[in-house]
Design a protein. Structure first.
Length: 260
């Protein structure tokens, strides 16, 4: 097979394609590497640095961020060396200072045997690690309603001037992909509130379950360039299955759905 490279990870010989990111190779081969900012649907962001590993190539060793490190040749990889364990401990401590109320960081530290310092000041709601998952998801959706603002210790994720923004359609993708639960939202049977903005919820045209904001529905409808009936994921799948079955008898095709 052309482009196949053999690399050694923790003593295990693994095959990968040239250019494939190292974290994906490790995951495929059942080799655990801790991650926080990585999301399968968003790819590597290289923000949290927890997925660092030690790479040895031509006798030289270096520490790399595995989620954004493409394999270009034969290398030896160490995921649990003393150097890596020490540096991951430092990274977890820094993340803990940044987001002292993020329970996932405390759990990861306990699992990895890292003793986190006790912080006297733990402001309520301080969970954001500035990983960029939420802003990336928002950009992929096509709205760009939130972004990293300010600099230094005041950097945060927010809407412009912390005000309601017309770009936000209330899809909740940002909160869904946030690894620490830092994005607050609330939902009732009638509406959904996020980023200080409340959205009307529409009900599925088949089962009647509230599942999408009117703003998101209209955004997706305009994005597709076609009329659409509000259908939840479960009813959409049933409708798609029926269309596929009908298409076998010459009754049309299946609509493409917008997915992250």
């Amino acid at each position: 097979m052309s482009g196949v490279i053999q690399i050694t990870i923790d003593g295990k010989v693994c095959e990968c394609e040239k250019g494939e990111f190292l974290l994906e190779v490790c995951k495929r081969n059942g080799i655990f590497i801790p991650t926080l900012c990585f999301h399968q649907g968003l790819g590597g962001l290289g923000a949290c640095r927890l997925c660092i590993v030690e790479v040895v190539q031509r006798g030289r060793s270096k520490v790399v961020v595995s989620c954004i490190y493409p394999v270009e040749g034969e290398i030896e990889v160490h995921t649990q060396s003393d150097t890596i364990k020490e540096q991951r401990g430092v990274i977890l401590t820094l993340l803990h200072h940044l987001a002292p109320n993020a329970e996932v960081i405390t759990q990861m530290a306990k699992f990895m045997g890292v003793a986190l310092p006790r912080l006297a000041d733990k402001p309520d709601g301080d969970k954001c690690v500035l990983c960029g998952r939420c802003t990336t998801a928002c950009e992929l959706l096509g709205t760009g309603a939130i972004a990293k603002v300010n600099r230094g210790t005041t950097k945060e994720i927010a809407t412009p001037y912390h005000e309601q923004t017309p770009e936000c359609v209330g899809c909740g993708s940002c909160a869904h992909v946030c690894p620490t639960g830092a994005i607050a939202f609330s939902a009732t049977e009638e509406d959904f509130t996020i980023w200080n903005k409340t959205f009307e919820l529409l009900r599925c045209g088949q089962c009647g379950k509230p599942y999408i904001t009117r703003a998101q529905f209209e955004f997706l409808r305009d994005k597709r360039g076609e009329p659409a009936e509000p259908l939840c994921d479960e009813c959409e799948k049933k409708a798609t299955a029926r269309l596929m079955k009908d298409s076998e008898h010459g009754f049309g095709g299946v609509r493409e759905l917008l997915r992250l």
